[in-house]
Design a protein. Structure first.
Ligand code: ZN
Length: 465
């Protein structure tokens, strides 16, 4: 498995061999989550829940099916999705009077209910989220976690008294996002999408993009400000303190199992997965190093070590199988376990435990007497180092370009006058996708790559994964 030679093949091999997904299910783009992959996804979900709950969002669960009549209420929204949705057309043998859409996202299932729930300004802000499966008929080549037809999806939806309060929500979403991305050791950019690329029906869209070492970009999620674009067609109104009826302003924030795809693609190496400790089902694996005549002593010591770490709150396992140590190393490295602990006769005599870090390959020893605290500190360090390494790679992969010739196969940034015509010309000529302008601004002065006009607008672009 060579990540640098053929990223695509490497990725497809790692996700299956490490036990993250099983692609043999007989519907294309709908994969099975085996236990190991699902455990990791559940850790990711738990961090999302933790952050959303802490910021006053309530978890809800809406129906999977949406009546065609609701789905078609916002005209840009339906235009953006009509080639991607699955339809339920029959109930048993009878054609349905009103056909049903299998949710591709939940605006149109939630908003008819929001119209009933929101009555007065006292009901606002309304902040809810759900983690559910959504369905989109993907026509491009499918890829586990990255381009699938059944998507494990997180979405938060909020309603506010005015545009400014909705804007404050967008800012809060950025803080929530940072907390989650820290856990995954993933760097990212917040890029405001172009008008032709924003979410169907949105006032504006901020894409959350990360850099994949193959040179491509991967959109991990997005945050949208809707203004009144949905509340008008769905009639979500409240009575303000003066007794006037006003439309709410709305936002959404969505992410998916792509987070796991990014973890694989960004951190993995030729030996397989490399998991950030916070989402590793096994954070440390204990390997007893048995020699002639000491099996019982070593096994007893290794179990004691495991129990001590477990009591301290570390997710630890012991590999007591009959395989040779080398085969065990290989197996747990493939699964991305952050820390390997080896315990042999010599270690016990010296009062130490040998360790090997999965991310850097660094090896050394830790004092047996202080092992739990040392392991905890090491896991924290691994998490930080992984992010720093990925951030450094992302930063060094952005090239500023001034011409459309010989565009590097990585991320590029360049001047753009702001016109759709120039933007689309650049995308077509260079076969890249404009991701957008940095949300928090970036000092720039240069010329539009297409028309040459002087501009302060800078955009990032890449080949999308
Ligand atoms: Zn231009």
């Amino acid at each position: 498995m060579k990540k640098e030679e053929n990223f695509s093949e490497w990725y497809n091999e790692v996700v299956e061999e490490a036990g993250l997904t099983d692609k043999r299910y007989p519907v294309k783009g709908m994969n099975v989550w085996p236990a190991y992959g699902w455990k990791i996804m559940r850790y990711i979900d738990s961090f999302i829940r933790q952050e959303l709950d802490a910021t006053g969002h309530d978890e809800v669960c809406f129906p999977l099916l949406i009546p065609e009549t609701e789905f078609k209420k916002e005209k840009d929204h339906i235009k953006g999705f009509d080639e991607e949705v699955y339809w339920v057309t029959h109930a048993g043998l009878n054609p349905l009077d009103v056909q049903l859409v299998i949710r591709p996202t939940s605006e149109t299932s939630m908003y008819p209910m929001f119209a009933l729930w929101v009555r007065s300004h006292g009901d606002l802000p309304l902040k809810v989220y759900q983690i559910v499966n959504t369905f989109r008929y993907e026509t491009k080549q499918t890829r586990a976690f990255i381009r699938v037809r059944e998507i494990h999806f997180f979405e938060s939806h909020t309603c506010h008294v005015d545009e400014a309060d909705a804007q404050r929500q967008v800012e809060e979403d950025f803080v929530i996002l940072e907390q989650i991305m820290k856990r995954l050791s993933l760097p990212y950019l917040l890029l405001k999408r172009t008008e032709w690329d924003k979410f169907p029906g949105a006032h504006y869209t901020v894409g959350i993009d990360t850099y994949i070492p193959s040179g491509r970009s991967l959109q991990l999620g997005s945050i949208h400000h809707y203004r009144e674009n949905f509340s008008r067609p769905f009639d979500i109104k409240y009575e303000d303190p003066d007794g006037d009826q006003k439309y709410v302003h709305q936002t959404t924030f969505g992410m998916s199992e792509r987070l796991l795809g990014a973890v694989v693609g960004v951190h993995g190496d030729d030996r397989g997965l490399v998991l950030p400790p916070d989402i590793a089902p096994v954070q440390a694996i204990v390997i007893p190093i048995i020699a002639k005549g000491n099996r019982e002593e070593i096994t007893a010591n290794a179990r004691q070590l495991r129990d001590e770490l477990k009591d301290f709150g570390i997710r630890v396992q012991i590999d007591e199988s009959d395989e040779r140590p080398g085969a065990k190393f290989y197996k747990w490295e493939l699964k991305g376990v952050p820390l390997r602990l080896e315990l042999g006769g010599r270690d016990i005599k010296k009062g130490v435990v040998s360790f090997a870090r999965r991310d850097t390959g660094e090896k050394g020893t830790m004092l047996r007497s202080n092992i739990a605290k040392d392991v905890e500190a090491m896991l924290l360090k691994i998490s930080k180092d992984m992010r720093a390494k990925a951030q450094q790679l992302m930063d060094s992969s952005v090239t500023t370009i001034e011409s459309l010739d010989n565009i590097p196969k990585k991320w590029v940034r360049f001047g753009w006058c702001g016109s759709e015509e120039c933007g689309q010309k650049i995308e077509e000529t260079a076969d890249i996708k404009i991701l957008g302008t940095p949300y928090s601004g970036e000092k720039f002065h240069g010329k539009c790559l297409a028309c040459g006009q002087e501009t302060d607008i800078v955009v990032y672009a890449a080949r999308a994964m």
